[in-house]
Design a protein around this ligand. Structure first.
Ligand code: HPA
Length: 270
């Protein structure tokens, strides 16, 4: 698929959102596995299911609801995307990024990407929050065309610093690290996890990097938070499963919501 076709699809999604009364959000948020409940924090909220919009792929993975919620929080307009699609479901890099392209087309300038991830640091217990400083795109693909490809990292230093400051003010522990994006769907082997640690990764997951690249190319500032739901394979003896990932996400939801509800109005003003 060409970038022109992807941008047309993103325009159809943005038009659909506008037709349902969504104007320019001040800040947007992509909610990862088990983190979808944050959208309930929004006041005067309006929910738009993916099925109502043309141009979007729809997901069947448990924990990925598949809707946008727009509402007010701390004096700003926030757009949440709950339920992303993944490469491992058979979607293309363009499918995976059409929603963030649509958000950019609404005129939104700041994006927060969130996900569930495995932790590579033994001292990071499940439930740890990690601010994504940078990523390793090991998915073997990109949503960008040569003409749009940026230079360096898509992760905004400015938004990242703002998240750090808000976390420190609230006393919410927020680690910093590098997110390694793998294609999935299988979790890593212990040998792969050791290799990733050698590459400089602190967390591993199956999403987010392509969205960061596309959003940055589309002109948005991007920051992100990983909820470390488990130790990555081989870091401890515990076995991994998707239900546990979703459950730890739910347990961490309170802390996550406190950080984001305080940070979003400030990120909107950077
Ligand atoms: N590996 C990959 N993706 C993940 C993990 C993991 O350990 N935990 C949550 N998402």
């Amino acid at each position: 698929m060409t970038i022109t076709k992807t941008l047309e699809r993103a325009r159809a999604v943005a038009d659909g959102l506008r037709a349902r009364g969504v104007a320019m959000p001040d800040v947007a948020l992509v909610l990862g596995s088990g983190l979808g409940a944050f959208a309930e924090q929004l006041e005067a909220a309006q929910r738009i299911d993916y099925g109502e919009l043309e141009g979007l792929p729809t997901s069947a993975v448990p924990g990925h609801a598949g809707c946008f919620t727009v509402g007010r929080l701390g004096g700003v307009t926030v757009l949440c995307q709950s339920g992303r699609v993944h490469l491992y479901e058979g979607w293309s890099p363009h499918d995976v990024t059409v929603a963030v392209r649509a958000i950019a087309q609404l005129g939104c300038r700041a994006l927060v990407l969130t996900n569930a991830a495995g932790g590579l640091r033994p001292e990071w217990e499940p439930g740890t929050l990690m601010r994504i400083e940078d990523h390793l795109n090991l998915q073997g693909t990109t949503p960008l065309e040569r003409t749009e490809a940026g230079v360096g990292s898509p992760w905004s230093q400015e938004l990242g610093t703002e998240l750090d400051v808000v976390a420190a003010e609230l006393g919410v522990p927020l680690r910093r690290g590098v997110y390694a994006a793998l294609p999935g769907p299988s979790y890593e082997t212990p040998a792969e996890v050791r290799a990733l640690a050698g590459f400089g990764a602190d967390a591993v997951g199956m999403s987010t990097a392509l969205e960061a690249l596309a959003a940055s190319a589309a002109g948005m500032q991007v920051c992100g938070i990983s909820c470390i739901t488990n130790h990555a394979a081989g870091i401890t003896d515990a076995a991994l499963n998707h239900a546990e990932v979703v459950e730890v996400g739910r347990r961490t939801a309170g802390l996550f919501a406190r950080l984001l509800s305080n940070a979003l109005p400030r990120l909107a003003r950077v």
